[in-house]
Design a protein around this ligand. Structure first.
Ligand code: FAD
Length: 353
């Protein structure tokens, strides 16, 4: 049976919940369909030692401050899951967990959302599926011949499983730096951190709050037709969270330039020399999880949907939240997604009935 509603939100992580908050305030009828069995989105799957790059009060969704975590300035992922679980309850958001959306189609003036447990007919759809389910691996020669273990950021849990091993951590972003630091500080793993460009740590006083301000200033400048300030990328790539700082200060966080290929036993460097390795952890980023939107034919370069603000250019009834700065300043952060969610819901409210 096909159900009717004003808006379907696809994905019930922080972006989906922020959308739910604003949809509720506007009095719209909606449902949030989330493939995950439990609340918390991708925070449920992050590695054991991961800490937020901002204090709790600067990591909040609209309406409800994240409480401080006892004994920590920068909360861990478990604390975020608890916060999102409480948020969902507090606003009584209609999240259907364990429901995977397979396709979004046009249907006689409406959109049809087909999920594994039912179909919804709706005026608008908000995509909030995140990127965690689409890890990106670069095409590096020899990836298929390496006999050791290969995993992506999404598969990393803790140093314990690499004790006594030689591990290459590939990637010059936050995940690469944090995982390299985690392994190096453990003291039982032989870690080599490998990056394509020299890693650029942000100044120690720049945390998630400052990043949000910088992203916002850039958006304002671009909207006003002023010169591009360069945003966060002009300052650096890696937030110096406490473990990264500790590893850096102990001289444990120096990176080597990218190897040229993998061999069965390890990696070959650009100068022809060879190092043995037991594992490679690819911290090489993500792509947006937009497969359910494929039937709408909206796909543009780099796996994205071309957009104006949160609205898909080719389909004004589809909005996108989270994913990255391309859907709004700091839209892929806890502090930033609230504002893009408000803008999306404001536009949806103005759609013809
Ligand atoms: P997700 O949390 O991934 O939620 C998406 C949800 O959609 C999931 O529950 C998934 O099951 C569901 N879904 C996917 N496909 C479907 C489908 N077809 N049908 C139904 N449901 C579907 N941000 C900060 O603010 N502070 C930080 O310190 C910080 N640290 C980070 C560290 C790492 C390692 C990473 C990767 C990101 C970090 N971020 C941080 C960025 C960001 O806040 C997180 O990535 C956040 O989880 C993104 O939320 P989201 O709701 O967009 O996506």
């Amino acid at each position: 049976m096909t159900q009717q509603t004003d808006v379907v939100v696809v994905g019930g992580g922080q972006a989906g919940l922020a959308a739910g908050y604003h949809l509720r305030r506007q009095g719209l009828d909606f449902v949030i369909l989330d493939a995950g069995a439990a609340p918390g989105g991708s925070w449920q799957h992050m590695w054991d030692s991961l800490h937020l790059f901002s204090p709790a009060e600067h990591s909040s969704l609209p309406g409800r401050l994240m409480p401080a975590q006892a004994g920590r300035t920068y909360p861990d992922a478990r604390h975020v899951v608890d916060y999102l679980t409480g948020y969902e309850k507090r606003y009584d958001l209609p999240v259907q967990h364990g429901t995977r959306v397979e396709a979004v189609r046009r249907d006689a003036g409406r959109l049809l959302v087909e999920a594994d447990s039912g179909t919804w007919r709706t005026r608008a759809v908000i995509g909030a599926t995140g990127t965690w389910s689409r890890p990106f691996l670069p095409a590096v020669p020899g990836r298929d011949v390496f006999a050791g273990r290969q995993l992506h950021t999404v598969g990393y849990r803790s140093p314990a499983e690499f004790a006594g091993r030689r591990v290459m951590v590939v990637g010059g972003g936050n995940s690469g730096a944090q995982i390299a630091a985690d392994l190096a500080l453990d003291g039982h793993v032989e870690v080599t951190w490998v990056t394509r460009r020299p890693p650029r740590l942000l100044p120690d006083d720049i945390d998630g709050r400052a990043l949000f301000d910088v992203a916002t200033a850039r958006r304002r400048a671009l909207d006003a037709g002023r010169n591009d300030t360069g945003g966060i990328a002009s300052l650096g790539d890696i937030v110096a969270v406490p473990p990264v700082r500790a590893a850096r200060d102990a001289g444990l966080l120096t990176a080597k330039p990218m190897f040229s290929q993998l061999t069965t036993e390890g990696v070959r460097w650009a100068d022809g020399s060879h190092s043995g390795a037991d594992a490679v952890i690819w911290c090489t980023g993500f792509r947006p999880a937009l497969a359910p939107f494929a039937p709408l034919g909206l796909r543009g370069p780099r796996g994205r949907i071309p957009n104006d603000g949160t609205r898909a250019l080719g389909e004004p009834r589809v909005h996108l939240l989270g994913y990255g700065d391309w859907t709004g300043p700091a839209s892929a952060t806890l502090i930033g997604v609230g504002r893009t969610a408000r803008e999306a819901v404001r536009e949806i409210t103005g759609l013809p009935a």
